[in-house]
Design a protein around this ligand. Structure first.
Ligand SMILES: [Zn+2]
Length: 875
């Protein structure tokens, strides 16, 4: 097998436009403008019209429908290769599948298949829709390949490669951005930022959802990748560190520790080869590594596949704004870059001048072509390396721990394990089950216990998601502050989702092995309808939640908030004009006024176990819920909306104007502020930066209106950073004790910490006493003179609360509160010092958001009891 170092001597082919172009339509003839033209962007439907005309004119391209987006747009994938390869696709797909799932294959057979097979290369643009060039470059790339398919250089590539080309990885976002730009182009707001997320709920976080698969787009993409098992996945982005023109792998440190080395090497080699291709094409300014783009977090859709033994990566081409050109001079450059000194990994510094959309498209097109050339030249290695990485994972976990993970059915939240396991199965991890009770390492496991045997090809992905992360202690300089991780430092799913998972440190006995039966993992059977939670999606993998039922007798039904799905039942009852009350004695919700057969059918559908009771519950839960939506598009707001929709909470979106309008108490019982900076909430977009209707935040008027809302008996919920807003602006007798600490004293960004909860408080109902929370630049509370209220959760007095990720300065947490219920006038401000709904991942704390959303005046009044759960630590 070739060593990857030889690629550095590989000369990139020149893609000159020859005279022998096939007669296929040009993009200009269909779009009415050339790709990358100043001020012009193609919408998704226009792009697809072009692809359809191209496919009608050539036998080098085939289109397939792959599913639907969140807003219901049909979604298209293009396959580009020689007509011979396209005619034999099924055989090549079979080979890709066999090498990706290598159990039972010999090295000899794998080599033969690698020789026979073709490289599958997946390239896309448009994932981040505001990074506009990606989804335009795919049009150009398709045209260049198809129009010149018979030229020797292109033919040599297509003969060895099947290109899976997504015109856009985010069709909804492409149209949102293009429509916005078209409305503003030529006017004063031509380059103004967008006022909405470019995905129905999650915007930029569409590249943070790879393992959770919360939105339909992630599931469609994942399913296509499992169907084709490409060897390379390449996603284009556009946030090059200025003034460089394109950032390319190798990635910055740290990389995800479980990624197979051979895949990292392939990606490093590809990054270097793209840079060389750019130089040969006279496109300067490429850089690598040291720019903050580390590869620690596996939630990137363009990096997680590394853990499925695929060379997956992204690049970052420069962007000004939309399709507007910009002229840069050296004085725009940061001081340290003005000497234009060449560096080892930046040997051709960009010297400024015009930067146009067309330039970005050209850089991307060169980069994509370089990747295709690499794939054509190293086709056999690429195919064989996928086999080898899978083979090695299987072998490794035959011989070293963890040999398996056990997931008992008996869990704090009965459906949480299913939510977790179905996601793993969707990502190609095989889940098995015990057919009878068995014992391992002194633990007895009941029949039905789920097992993930680790001798499987995607074992490293399972490990990366299930085990604890120990983020390295990297400093900006010796004894200096920690470097900022590019994304989360810890994400361990069993902690986030509240699932008990036990890893097998000793080999499984023959007896135990004989009790384990694999469940089928047919990911194609997962229903990908928008908003379907995993527990309600159809999955043939046989990962079935425990049966829901209603037992006992009595006129009412008691629902334990430990069951997260129970909130869906409560909301259905409310929608059906039933009443839901909170019962302080049991900490359960009581449903009344719904026919028994109806409750039973909901319980069965939702896998909820509920009990009939004669208790009525004292306090009706809050009915009118408002969710604040700032114009500076907020992903945390979007995720909260997603969460409420998933769990069927009725709510109203509240804008700046609604808040400034006052009289909030007559409209809402509970208002939620999602995580945002105090300045963001107060001031919003600066005057003149956006069309006037989007300017500003809630302002002083809005602060007064929120203050009155709470004083008149309303509940204001402040998630994570918005707690600082409430503390400052409503003058609460509360302090964020980490607010003024330097990063060298205290730092934890995106990590999982342990808190001690007070489940007797309604907002914490159903929480375990010790709970994992996602901490992300979060506030930590103490109270001052005049405080009335209760703590919801606190950090232990001693030791480190770190469970997964990175924490510096644990003493700044010890003994302080992680959540507070602050009495303010007749109402309450609930301060949550963590991210209970972060990216839809910490299922174990969703109920904190749900309980808080139901925590209206009646519940608060009925449950206000003295508590000695927490008192502020001595200074
Ligand atoms: Zn991006």
């Amino acid at each position: 097998m070739r060593t990857t170092s030889t690629v550095f001597s590989l000369a990139t082919l020149l893609w000159a436009i020859p005279a022998s172009a096939q007669s296929v339509p040009t993009p200009e003839s269909v779009l009415g403008f050339s790709v990358g033209q100043d001020f012009k962007l193609a919408r998704y439907d226009e792009s697809i019209t072009y692809f359809e005309q191209l496919a009608a004119a050539s036998d080098h391209i085939k289109l397939i429908k792959v599913g639907e987006t969140s807003f219901g747009r049909p979604w298209t994938l293009a396959l580009i290769s020689t007509p011979e390869n396209l005619a034999n696709l099924e055989r090549y797909r079979e080979i890709a599948q066999r090498l990706a799932h290598p159990a039972g294959l010999t090295d000899e057979e794998a080599r033969r298949l690698a020789r026979e097979g073709k490289a599958f290369v997946d390239i896309s643009g448009g994932l981040h829709a505001s990074e506009v060039a990606g989804a335009q470059h795919t049009i150009q790339l398709a045209y260049d390949l198809v129009a010149h398919a018979n030229d020797a250089a292109v033919h040599a590539v297509l003969d060895n490669v099947v290109l899976l080309l997504w015109p856009s990885l985010n069709p909804d976002g492409q149209d949102i951005v293009v429509d916005w730009y078209r409305k503003n182009v030529g006017g004063p707001y031509e380059t103004a930022p967008l006022q909405e997320l470019y995905q129905k709920y999650i915007g930029h976080d569409n590249n943070r959802d790879a393992y959770m698969l919360n939105v339909p787009e992630s599931r469609v993409i994942g399913r296509v990748w499992r169907e084709w098992e490409p060897q390379i996945i390449y996603v284009h982005h556009q946030t090059a560190p200025f003034p460089t023109r394109i950032w390319l792998p190798p990635f910055a440190e740290p990389i995800a520790p479980r990624v197979p080395a051979v895949m990292s090497r392939e990606v490093n080699a590809i990054g270097m080869l793209i840079a060389q291709g750019l130089e040969e094409n006279g496109q300067p300014g490429a850089t690598h590594m040291g720019t903050g783009f580390d590869a620690w977090y596996p939630g990137y859709i363009d990096y997680l596949p590394m853990l499925q033994n695929i060379a997956a990566f992204w690049t970052e081409t420069a962007l000004y704004r939309y399709a507007t050109p910009y002229f840069y001079t050296i004085s725009d450059f940061p001081q340290s870059m003005r000497d234009l000194r060449p560096g080892t990994l930046y040997p051709s510094p960009w010297t400024g001048g015009w930067w146009r959309l067309r330039d970005a498209v050209d850089y991307m097109t060169t980069a994509s072509r370089s990747v295709l050339e690499y794939a054509a030249k190293y086709k056999e290695s690429l195919l064989y390396n996928r086999y080898q990485a899978g083979r090695d994972a299987i072998r490794r976990y035959e011989n070293e721990p963890p040999y398996a993970y056990f997931i008992p059915q008996d869990q704090h939240d009965p459906t949480a394990a299913v939510e977790m396991l179905r996601r793993l199965a969707f990502n190609g991890i095989r889940v098995s089950q015990l057919t009878r009770a068995a014992e391992h390492e002194g633990q007895r496991y009941a029949a039905g216990t789920w097992v993930i045997p680790m001798n499987q090809e995607f074992a490293e992905l399972a490990r990366q998601l299930l085990e604890v992360q120990e983020y390295p202690d990297l400093r900006e300089f010796p004894d200096g502050p920690p470097e900022q991780p590019y994304d989360a430092a810890g994400w361990t799913l069993p902690y986030q989702m509240g699932v008990r998972v036990i890893s097998a440190t000793a080999p499984l006995s023959g007896d135990l092995r004989s009790a384990i039966v694999p469940l089928s993992a047919d990911v194609g059977a997962v229903e990908t309808s928008p908003n379907a939670p995993f527990t309600s999606s159809v999955l043939a993998a046989g990962i079935v939640p425990p049966e829901g039922r209603v037992s006992g007798s009595g006129a009412q039904v008691s629902v334990d908030p430990a069951a997260t799905n129970g909130f869906r039942l409560l909301n259905r009852a409310r929608q059906a004009d039933g009443t839901v009350r909170y019962d302080q004695a049991t900490g359960h919700y009581i449903v009344a006024g719904i026919a028994p057969s109806q409750v039973t059918s909901w319980a069965e559908e939702l896998s909820v176990s509920a009990t009939r009771t004669s208790a009525t519950g004292a306090a009706a839960v809050g009915a009118r819920l408002g969710l604040y939506k700032p114009w500076r598009a907020s992903m945390d707001e979007g995720w909260t909306r997603w969460l409420f929709d998933q769990y069927e909470f009725p709510y109203t979106t509240v804008t700046n104007a609604d808040i400034r309008g006052g009289s909030l108490r007559s409209r809402y019982e509970v208002i939620v502020l999602t995580s945002d900076s105090p300045g963001g909430i107060l001031n919003g977009f600066a005057k003149g930066s956006v069309p006037p209707r989007y300017e500003g935040g809630i302002g002083e008027e809005g602060v007064r209106a929120l203050d009155a809302f709470v004083r008149e008996g309303g509940t204001l919920i402040c998630l994570n950073r918005s707690a600082d807003f409430a503390i400052e602006q409503l003058h609460l007798p509360v302090q964020n004790v980490v607010a003024s600490l330097r990063r060298s004293e205290f730092f934890a960004s995106g990590s999982i910490l342990e808190v001690i909860t007070d489940p007797s408080h309604p907002v914490m109902a159903g929480m375990p006493n010790r709970a994992s929370v996602f901490f992300d630049g979060s506030p930590v509370f103490t109270t001052t003179e005049g405080f009335e209220g209760r703590a919801l959760a606190k950090y232990a007095d001693h030791g480190s609360p770190l469970l997964s990720g990175y924490l510096l300065g644990e003493s700044h947490l010890q003994g302080f509160a992680a959540g507070l219920d602050v009495q303010h006038g007749n109402g309450h401000v609930v301060l949550v010092g963590f991210r209970p709904q972060w990216r839809g991942q910490p299922l174990g704390t969703f109920r904190v958001v749900f309980n808080a959303s139901l925590y209206g005046e009646a519940v608060a009044r009925g449950t206000a009891v003295a508590s000695d759960f927490w008192s502020p630590p001595e200074e």
